[in-house]
Structure formats: structure tokens, C-alpha cells
Ligand binder design. Structure first.
Ligand code: TRP
Length: 336
């Protein structure tokens, strides 16, 4: 028997609408690379999305399909990466219930990510218990697939720390059973918005979506913020912190062109129009293969079902084995 010696990696997303270029530079581009080196699982965390969208389950369900389209569009290959739909994996729910005993209420509520999110969502006195406890269910996501590594942004580090604590507590109590994961922090800084705001975000309306057409990209780039102190093309311009050049650095593979534009910009020898036209072209070149893959998949909706089904089947097997080990360790593997 050939053993798969690749390390297991697990990433996850809450389905919440279409993905933008910030998602691509921040995590998706990395996943496309990681799928060759690692045994990669990608969890569509729809149960987690429901913790603050329980009044809107159809929105979550629609976003699941949207997310699969985005994954395939960016080049995630279902024969290399296992895409798992969380709500269809009963072992995750069962593990969550056991893990809830491995952590104190205070400890979960002190989780900085949860604390910040609770504040930001304005729940007031009515924080849904499921929402407050989602870090515990995230520990179940990670351990259900025996992930060694979890690629995350900085904001998710407290989740991994919480998972590690739960794993250690469980293993101390019941014997060495669960795999303790490590975080793999992404090297890409967050992509700023088209308006120069700290991040590209759907709610800020400052995003280019992976599904945007050529015309939409051209229009959005045309409206991008540049150097606010520069009034005419012959003024000396600033590169640092300038959204159009940050994007050129991120998306234009022609380094020579980018350096030339920067030099001329600094010296007042190029207008915004040329800088933006070249940027729009570079972004459209990145998006073009995505548009093709998306269009192919959209023609074949049954394929989306197949991808989900195949991932869930495999996910059930792997997580089922972990759940079995957990029940054995806890002496609740009754055989009647
Ligand atoms: N909490 C993550 C987010 O909001 C999504 C997620 C759910 C996740 N389960 C996970 C991330 C497991 C990594 C591992 O983006």
C-alpha cells in the first residue's frame, strides 16, 4: 500500500458572498500553491456562517455554491484539494459537544477574535451562544481532519491557540488522541481597498471581485484613489501608500514596466490614465483564466454538486475515524 506522507493542511472560509482580490492575495493564491505540496483540506464553514446568519440560511446556502465557483475559478483542483462542506459532517458537531467540556466559558469569551467580533456585530446583551462558542467548533474542524498545519491570517491566531489548548487538555485527560495543529501565518499583507482604506471589503464597497468583467475592472481601476497631493501629471508624485502602485506591485508581473512607471510618476512624467490603464490590463490578465474556469463550471451546475459530494464523502470517512478514536479514548464507544 502506498502511504500518503504529505503533511495535512486545513483551511476554512465562512461562505458570505463573492470573493475579491484581497482574498486572492491573502489566501487563495497560496492555497493553489499549497495543494501540490500538502494534503490540503478546504472547509466551507457554513455552520460557522450560520452562527450570525441563522435568520438567513438561504443566503448562506447560496454563498456555498458561489464559494465553490470561486475556488475552482482561482485554480483549486478538487483532485488535489478536498473541499468539505461543514454542515454535512456530523462528526464535527459531535466533537464540538465533547470539546465544550475542555474549555471554560470565561476562556472562550476572552478569545480576542471573538471578543472583537462580538463588539463589531453589535449583539448587545443577546450574543447567540452558538456564536460565542464557534472557536470550539473551529477546534473540531481542525482536529476532525487531523490537520498538522492551518494557514491563517493574524486575526485567526487566537483560534489556533484555543484549538491547541483543547487538544492538550483532551490528550492529557484521555490519552494521546488528537493531533495538535500549528498555525502557518501568511506572508501577504492585507490588500488595501480601491479607496486607499485599510482593507478591501465588501461592506466598504471598495473591492474588485474575482468574478468582475473586463469592463467592471476597467471602470473600478479608473476610479481608484492615487496620490491625493498630486493635482496634475507634471507634479512630482508619491509611490508609498499609493493604491495604484500597491496594486501594480501585487498584480503586474512586468517588473520593468512597474519600475518605469514609478520613476516617471515620481518625476512628474506620467499621468494617472496611463498608470491605471496598465494596471487594469495587469489585473484583467490575472482574472482572465479565472473567468474561463468559472464560465466552464457555470455551464455545468451538476459538476458543483459532484465536487461537494465527493468532498463530503471523503471528509466523512476521515472525520469518522477521528470521532471513533475520540469515543474510544473517552470510553463511550459502547458495543451493545
Ligand atoms: N473562522 C474562519 C474565518 O472566519 C473560518 C474557519 C472556520 C476556519 N473553520 C476553520 C479557518 C478552520 C481555519 C480552520 O475566516
Amino acid at each position: 500500500m502506498v502511504r500518503n506522507m504529505k503533511k495535512r493542511i486545513l483551511t476554512g472560509d465562512r461562505p458570505s458572498g463573492k470573493l475579491h482580490l484581497g482574498h486572492y492575495t491573502g489566501s487563495l493564491a497560496n492555497r493553489v500553491k499549497l495543494q501540490d505540496e500538502y494534503d490540503q483540506y478546504i472547509l466551507i464553514a457554513d455552520v460557522q456562517a450560520l452562527t450570525d446568519n441563522y435568520e438567513n440560511p438561504v443566503k448562506v446556502a447560496d454563498s456555498v455554491r458561489e464559494l465553490v465557483l470561486d475556488y475552482i475559478a482561482v485554480g483549486i483542483d478538487p483532485s488535489k484539494s478536498t473541499i468539505v462542506l461543514q454542515s454535512q459532517i456530523p462528526a464535527i458537531a459531535e466533537l464540538t459537544v465533547f470539546y465544550l467540556n475542555m474549555v471554560s466559558l470565561n476562556r472562550v469569551l476572552r478569545n480576542p477574535t471573538i471578543k472583537a467580533e462580538i463588539e463589531q456585530k453589535g449583539f448587545g446583551d443577546s450574543v447567540p451562544a452558538g456564536f460565542a462558542m464557534y472557536p470550539v467548533s473551529q477546534a473540531a474542524d481542525i482536529t476532525a481532519f487531523e490537520a498538522n498545519l492551518v494557514p491563517v491570517g493574524e486575526d485567526q491566531l487566537p483560534m489556533i491557540e484555543q484549538t491547541r489548548e483543547i487538544v492538550r487538555k483532551f490528550n492529557n485527560l484521555y490519552g494521546n488522541t488528537l493531533v495538535e495543529p500549528e498555525a502557518l501565518v501568511g506572508e501577504f499583507p492585507r490588500l488595501i481597498g480601491l479607496d486607499g482604506k485599510a482593507k478591501m471589503s465588501k461592506s466598504l464597497g471598495n473591492s474588485i471581485y474575482l468574478s468582475d468583467s473586463v469592463d467592471e475592472v476597467n471602470r473600478k481601476v479608473g476610479q481608484m484613489y492615487t496620490d491625493q497631493t498630486r493635482l496634475k501629471p507634471t507634479d512630482f508624485g508619491h509611490i508609498e501608500g499609493n493604491p495604484v502602485f500597491i496594486y501594480h506591485d501585487a498584480f503586474n508581473p512586468n517588473r520593468q514596466e512597474v519600475e518605469d512607471l514609478k520613476n516617471r510618476y515620481r518625476n512628474g512624467q506620467v499621468g494617472d490614465v496611463e498608470v491605471k490603464r496598465k494596471l487594469a490590463l495587469a489585473i484583467n490578465n490575472v482574472l482572465e483564466p479565472m473567468r474561463k474556469r468559472r464560465a466552464d463550471l457555470e455551464k455545468n451546475p451538476e459538476r458543483v454538486n459532484e465536487i461537494l459530494k465527493q468532498g463530503v464523502e471523503k471528509g466523512k470517512v476521515v472525520s469518522g475515524m477521528v470521532l471513533k478514536k475520540v469515543k474510544q479514548a473517552m470510553k463511550i464507544d459502547y458495543k451493545f
